[in-house]
Design a protein around this ligand. Sequence first.
Ligand code: ADP
Ligand code: MG
Length: 242
Amino acid sequence: MSYEARSAPLIEMRGIVKTYNIGKENELEILHGIDLTVHAGEFVAIVGESGSGKSTLMNIIGALDKPTQGCYLLDGIDVRRAGRDEMSEVRNRKIGFVFQNFNLIRRTTAQKNVELPMLYAGAGSRRREQRARELLDLVGMETRRLHQPNELSGGQKQRVAIARSLVNDPAILLADEPTGALDSETSRTVMDIFHRLHRDQGKTIVLITHSQDLAAECPRIVKLKDGRVAADQRKESFHAGA
Ligand code: ADP
Ligand code: MG
C-alpha cells in the first residue's frame, strides 16, 4: 500500500520558490519551484551538490524561513500565512532540528541542553529531567549526562543534539548534514540512531546529506540540482514493510 493511501501528508509543498535580496541589485532566485510531499513515517534523504539549495529548502521545511512563492502546508498548517508567533509555535511542536555543528549551549550540561526545548514549552522540572534522561539513554549518552559540550566528542555532541531534537516528540526530525563534521565511524553511529528512530518509533525523518552512501541507505532519495528536484526515488522494498 502506498503512503498516499495511508495518511495525509506532513509536508506538502507546491511550486516553492525562494528568492534572496528581493528588489535589490543582488536579487537571486535559489529555489525555482519545488514540489515535495512527505508522509508520516517516511525517511527521506535530500542530496545535491553544495549550493544546490538544500539548506534553503530545509529552512523552509522547518518553518525557519518562508517561501517567496508557492504553497507549503506543514501538517495541514499554511506556513506562508502564519504569523511569527504561530510559526515558532508550529516549529516547537512539529519539528526537531539537528544541525551539522550541533548547536548545543556551552557551559551547561547535556541534560540541561536536552531539557531546554521542554522548558520553553512550559514543562515542569521533574518531567523535564525524566524525559531528558530517557532520551539520553536512548542515544547511549546517559553516563555523560552531566558533562558539558566541551567535554564531549563530536559524535557524543551530536547524540545529545538528537536527544534534544526529540524532546517535544516532534512529528518530523529535520537534520541538515548531521554527520558533516564527523568521521566515518562516528557517522555510522549517528546514522544508526536515525534508522532506529525510523524503524522502532516510526519517526518521520528528512535528512540532508551530500554523501551518496548515506543517502543510499534511506528508503527515499530526493535529489536537488540548481534549486530544482532532479530526481525523487523510492525503494519499493522498504514500502511494503514500513
Ligand atoms: P546547500 O545547502 O545545498 O549547500 P544553500 O541552500 O545553503 O545550499 O545555498 C544555495 C544558494 O543560496 C547558494 O548559492 C547560497 O550562496 C545562496 N544563499 C543561501 N542563503 C542565502 C542568503 N541568506 N542570502 C543570499 N543568498 C543565500
Ligand atoms: Mg547546506
